[in-house]
Design a protein around this ligand. Structure first.
Ligand code: NDP
Ligand code: 8X3
Length: 252
């Protein structure tokens, strides 16, 4: 029987690429996100390109009742989640703290921290009961460094980094692996969301350098989940070659 992987934020970018690569490698996949039409097209893609089973769950990770309802709706043959990829997340806005937009802060805190916690709270008891499982948390270089204008986004990703460490400690007795992944620039919808739909500003982020692509992170996740039982990758920082630190990039 295939292992089951649940990926939050599978409608685009890193989550979508991860769903595809795990399905290609014989995992059955639970894909989640808010945009149902994109879940539908990903489901079609996975079923036409692989032999893996796919289950769609459309919910907003910020809404605890939606998270609970969606996860408790899983039938017996989907309930035993082996791999949880906590990927759903976003940055909104880039302001100094004194000019910050409170609604942007709340979206980031509610999605990146509280949403990750809500999903983990629903999935981890099953892993603990079965004494096996693997949780992958997508943090960021923003969870390792602080940079100008990054304030609240950096804080949320530092929280993810810290939660990865404490989840590892709390779940140690259940043989559950926890892996924190901290990417630098990845060319996805991320910057378009950060700049609230301003495509031109988003495209400028990746001008003059080769960024990471979602596939690079998906391949890293596949590597982490395919290590033998006695090996756990705790923490990984992965950057474009042209980016040495959060704000230090070399553009041609
Ligand atoms: P995308 O914007 O392409 O994907 C973000 C995903 O998160 C989408 O599938 C979106 O789905 C989902 N999402 C956002 N808000 C919610 C919500 N409230 N409920 C459910 N799902 C939600 O960006 P990336 O693929 O780049 O981002 C994935 C993760 O990687 C994020 O946590 C991000 O912080 C992190 N990261 C990204 C980097 C980058 O440079 N791109 C670098 C380092 C880390 P939908 O809109 O359908 O709900
Ligand atoms: C996304 C990467 O450098 O914009 O997490 O914070 S960065």
């Amino acid at each position: 029987m295939n292992k089951i992987a649940l990926i939050t934020g599978a409608t685009s970018g890193i989550g979508e690429a991860t769903a595809l690569i795990l399905a290609e490698n014989s995992f059955d996949i639970i894909i989640t996100g808010r945009r149902n039409d994109l879940l539908d097209s990903l489901e079609k893609k996975i079923t036409s390109q692989t032999t893996s089973r796919v289950k769609k769950l459309c919910f907003d990770v910020r809404k605890l009742t939606e998270v609970k309802t969606a996860l408790s709706s899983l039938e017996t043959d989907w309930k035993n989640i082996d791999i949880l990829v906590n990927n759903a997340g976003l940055a909104v806005g880039l302001n100094h703290i004194d000019e910050g937009v409170v609604d942007d802060w709340e979206r980031m805190i509610d999605t990146n921290i509280k949403g990750l916690l809500y999903v983990t709270r629903e999935v981890s008891p099953g892993m603990a009961a079965r004494k096996s499982g693997h949780i992958i948390n997508i943090s960021s270089i923003a969870g390792k460094e602080a940079y100008e204008y990054g304030n609240v986004y950096c804080a949320t990703k530092h929280a993810v980094d810290s939660l990865s460490k404490t989840m590892r400690i709390d779940l140690l007795k259940y043989h559950i692996k926890v892996t924190n992944i901290a990417p630098g620039m990845v060319d996805t919808e991320f910057s378009t969301v950060r700049f609230k739909g301003d495509k031109e500003r988003a495209d400028n982020v990746y001008k003059g350098l080769t960024p990471l692509y979602a596939q690079d992170i998906a391949e890293t996740i596949l590597f982490a989940v395919s290590r033998p039982a006695h090996v756990c990758i705790n923490d990984l920082v992965i950057m474009p070659t042209a980016q040495a630190a959060a704000t230090l990039v070399f553009r041609e």
